[in-house]
Design a protein around this ligand. Structure first.
Ligand SMILES: *Cc1c(COP(=O)(O)O)cnc(C)c1O
Length: 241
């Protein structure tokens, strides 16, 4: 692939940002909300700091990184004043120590074991770490996450863990060949979000429903997402996933 000049990439990112923001606003309105109800997360994996900083200069205030190592390596070069940082990828137990205290939220919490570890390290540091619970909404064997069937019970156990606060749910639905199928996964996620919220459990608040990526964020918003995670549609195609 031909390497684009920096100017060209900055320009593309600006244009993409405008286009995505407009689409977010439109979907928000269609679902009875406004653009300000939807958080736009820039997913920054594999993206060099200069391009991330350009995106931040456009007004983005939320980034998501997948890998602890990569985030720790890049963060000092990023203009992060007033910017919320989330870890969104699967987290290994032995990496928890490095990341707790360095991000505002850990979004891909996919087991009790990892929730407990985050709680333990946070308590040791005297902080509380916000987390989202990742739901394996398509019940895919290849994916991490709580099953939709089990989370209704498991959430009570998670509520007891000190040092963490559950702020909502996150999902990466299966890749679907049609949007009707996709919509059902989003709809099921929204229902879980409502049902768990209705339990009124201490330490569990359903404020954030993070779903929808470059290919389907508009659909996700229509189905109730209030945080969308956008990488390639903003920054261009990645070299690795
Ligand atoms: C990479 C990634 C995204 C963004 O994917 P795009 O399709 O490039 O928008 C969103 N969420 C998670 C968990 C990711 O790993």
């Amino acid at each position: 692939m031909e390497k684009l000049s920096d100017d060209r990439r900055f320009y593309d990112i600006s244009e993409n940002f405008k286009e995505i923001s407009e689409k977010i606003a439109l979907s928000a309105e269609k679902s009875g909300r406004t653009a300000s109800d939807i958080r736009f997360m820039a997913v920054t994996k594999t993206v060099e700091p200069k391009y991330i900083n350009h995106a931040l200069s456009l007004g983005l205030d939320l980034i998501g990184e997948n890998r602890v190592q990569e985030f720790m390596g890049k963060k000092d070069e990023l203009h992060l004043d007033g910017v919320e940082k989330h870890l969104i990828g699967h987290l290994q137990t032995n990496k928890v120590k490095q990341i707790v205290g360095n991000v505002d939220s850990i979004d891909g919490v996919d087991s009790i074991k990892i929730a407990k570890e985050i709680g333990k390290i946070s308590s040791r540091l005297g902080i509380t770490t916000d987390i989202l619970l990742e739901i394996n909404i398509g019940a895919e064997e290849s994916k991490f996450g709580f099953t939709p069937e089990s989370i209704g019970e498991t959430v009570y156990e998670i509520a007891e863990i000190e040092g963490i606060k559950v702020k909502g749910l996150m999902a990466v639905p299966p890749i679907c060949d049609n949007s009707a199928k996709n919509r059902i996964f989003f709809e099921n996620m929204h229902q879980l979000f409502i049902d768990i919220g209705a339990k009124n459990i201490d330490n569990i608040s359903m404020e954030i429903l993070s779903m929808g990526m470059s290919g389907d964020y508009d659909e996700a918003i229509l189905m109730g997402a209030n945080m969308v995670r956008i990488g390639s549609a903003l920054f261009g195609a990645r070299n690795y996933r």
